[in-house]
Design a protein around this ligand. Structure first.
Ligand code: NDP
Length: 282
């Protein structure tokens, strides 16, 4: 058996087309959706992510406000800027690219963003809303993964076991809660999980978000599982790979996401969707 691929490029293009239509309708009514993207410091990967987000906004008809500051920016100055953007009725979404320089408290910065404009879904108000199943902004990466599951007919996971490898606040934990919301039985695995292979082999849906290149091999996958690979790892030769060893996994899984071209493009598409939603609700 060779796994079928969940094509994040094609699926994200569909989402972006839907988002562009909603953005156009808002613009026609005199309210163009706008996203403020703040970058602090010169981290090269962050610069690429920000550039991609801004280009995606433009393509979808979303106005972007791009603010770049040096790594020496003081936390108070950043908080003041966020407060100003919170007050600005022409701005519907605010995103502060992480990581921030070590002298800035990232959680304090996230909490300064108005929950109504928190299109990354990292504010405690939105994290809490996810926890209790109330409407709110959901983090873009897990939201994109859920959209991929929906695409392969896995939106109702009652009777299915989902295993998430990784428990970060931006991917692992919200992913687990979203899977729980879809009625799955959920296990969260992390660096302290004994016999990770046996845990993973129980998964009908396996989400790999550990940041470890190719750590999930075919022998750790239940035959016929859906495998979502969130990992983006750059190898010494410059190429990208996921947390899943694609070559051995595709012989075991039923569906699998490639890296690149899987979850990555979905994350940006869901950011655009959240921004348009923020404008619609404003
Ligand atoms: P973090 O480093 O914050 O979290 C990694 C998680 O994996 C931790 O919970 C850690 O466990 C767990 N882990 C690490 N090693 C192991 C192991 N050997 N066995 C089991 N669990 C392990 O990463 P992020 O959540 O921010 O990102 C995860 C990956 O996803 C990265 O590769 C990142 O680049 C990628 N990513 C991709 C995105 C996309 O758009 N496709 C968006 C965001 C991230 P513990 O908690 O015990 O330390």
């Amino acid at each position: 058996m060779t796994a079928r691929r969940i094509d994040g490029k094609t699926l994200s293009a569909q989402v972006r087309t839907e988002v562009a239509a909603r953005a156009a309708a808002l613009t026609a009514s005199g309210r163009q959706p706008a996203l403020a993207v703040i970058l602090v410091g010169g981290d090269p990967a962050s610069q690429v992510y920000v550039r991609n987000k801004i280009a995606a906004c433009k393509q979808a008809g979303i106005r972007s406000i791009h603010e770049t500051y040096g790594a020496e920016l003081r936390e108070g100055e950043l908080l003041a800027r966020i407060h100003a953007l919170n007050q600005d009725d022409g701005v519907h979404g605010i995103l502060v690219q992480l990581p921030l320089p070590p002298h800035i408290n990232a959680q304090r910065v996230i909490e300064a963003i108005s929950p109504r404009k928190d299109v990354d879904g990292f504010h405690v108000a939105n994290a809490g809303a996810l926890m209790v199943g109330q409407p709110g902004f959901r983090p873009c990466t897990p939201l994109g993964c859920m959209r991929m599951l929906e695409h392969v007919g896995m939106s109702n996971l009652r009777g299915k076991h989902a295993v998430v490898v990784g428990r970060s606040n931006i991917v692992g934990k919200p992913m687990a809660l979203m899977l729980l919301g879809a009625d799955a039985t959920v296990t969260i695995a992390h660096s302290g999980t004994p016999d990770l292979a046996a845990t993973c082999r129980q998964a009908d849906v396996l989400v790999a978000a550990a940041g470890k290149p190719r750590m999930i091999t075919g022998s750790m996958i239940k035959p016929g599982a859906v495998v979502i690979d969130v990992g983006i790892n750059r190898l010494p030769d410059g190429t990208l790979c996921g947390d899943v060893d694609f070559a051995s996994a595709e012989g075991v899984a039923d569906w699998i996401t490639p890296v690149p071209g899987g979850v990555g493009p979905m994350t940006i598409a869901m950011l655009l969707a959240n921004t348009v939603q923020a404008c619609e609700q404003y």
